[in-house]
Write a protein that binds this ligand. Structure first.
Ligand code: PRP
Ligand code: URA
Length: 209
């Protein structure tokens, strides 16, 4: 069974407060999403395996550990997932980046695919799906479904804010996927927006509406 990890850290809680605040403008919002993503990368990579190599310090030879040859892929869900890529790449610079374009139909709340471009070897990569918001879970399960259909074996989902409904949907549809979130909020409202949430993440990142 996949795990659900809630990142419980004062730095993340502090930054979350400011992305939730409706008076935070797009520039600051983008910076904060990037910083939160960078901090989340620390926890998302906790189970990476290490190997020992021999190096020489200016003092002597010694054995020391490095991450053992992992092939990684970051998969932001367009648009809002784009805001998380740079923060993750700061920590994981060798990762390849694939893109899945989905938007939520405003009437049905169902995801509609409009773009998909992935690294060819996704079956060999550990994939990290990025989307700041997990609301009904429709977009996340659709994105994970596309990746699995194209051969992905190992997928983690990283969201900044999640609704309990979205977490349940991902857990029940793809029990092998680990979910990392900075906050599990209270509920969804009648428009399937997360309460209290932060509003529409894509609009706030890109200044649209
Ligand atoms: C938002 C968000 C997720 C999705 C979450 O994207 O970034 O992808 O909604 O909702 P769900 O869990 O109910 O599917 P949106 O469809 O607004 O597109 P955008 O990123 O282009 O703004
Ligand atoms: N998508 C968002 O951007 N925000 C929500 O609260 C729900 C879906």
């Amino acid at each position: 069974m996949g795990k659900v990890v809630v990142l419980d850290h004062p730095l993340i809680k502090h930054k979350l407060t400011f992305i939730r605040d409706k008076n935070t403008g797009a520039k600051e919002f983008r910076e904060l999403v990037k910083e939160i993503s960078m901090l989340m990368a620390y926890e998302v990579t906790r189970d990476f395996t290490l190997e020992e190599i021999e190096i020489e310090t200016p003092i002597c030879k010694t054995k020391s550990q490095i991450i053992s040859g992992k092939k990684l892929g970051l998969v932001p869900v367009l648009r809002a997932g784009l805001g998380m890529v740079d923060g993750m790449l700061n920590i994981l610079p060798a990762a390849k980046v694939g893109h899945i374009g989905l938007y939520r139909d405003p009437k049905t709340f169902k995801p509609v695919e409009y773009f998909c471009k992935l690294p060819q070897d996704i079956g060999e990569r550990d994939l990290i799906v990025l989307d700041p918001m997990l609301a009904t879970g429709g977009s996340a399960t659709a994105a994970i479904g596309f990746l699995k259909k194209r051969g992905a074996q190992n997928i983690k989902l990283v969201n900044i804010i999640a609704a309990p409904e979205g977490i349940e949907k991902v857990k029940s549809t793809y029990p092998d996927v680990d979910i990392y979130v900075a906050s599990i909020d209270e509920k969804l409202n009648e428009h399937a927006y997360i309460v209290p949430g932060l509003g529409d993440a894509g609009d706030r990142l890109f200044g649209t509406k």
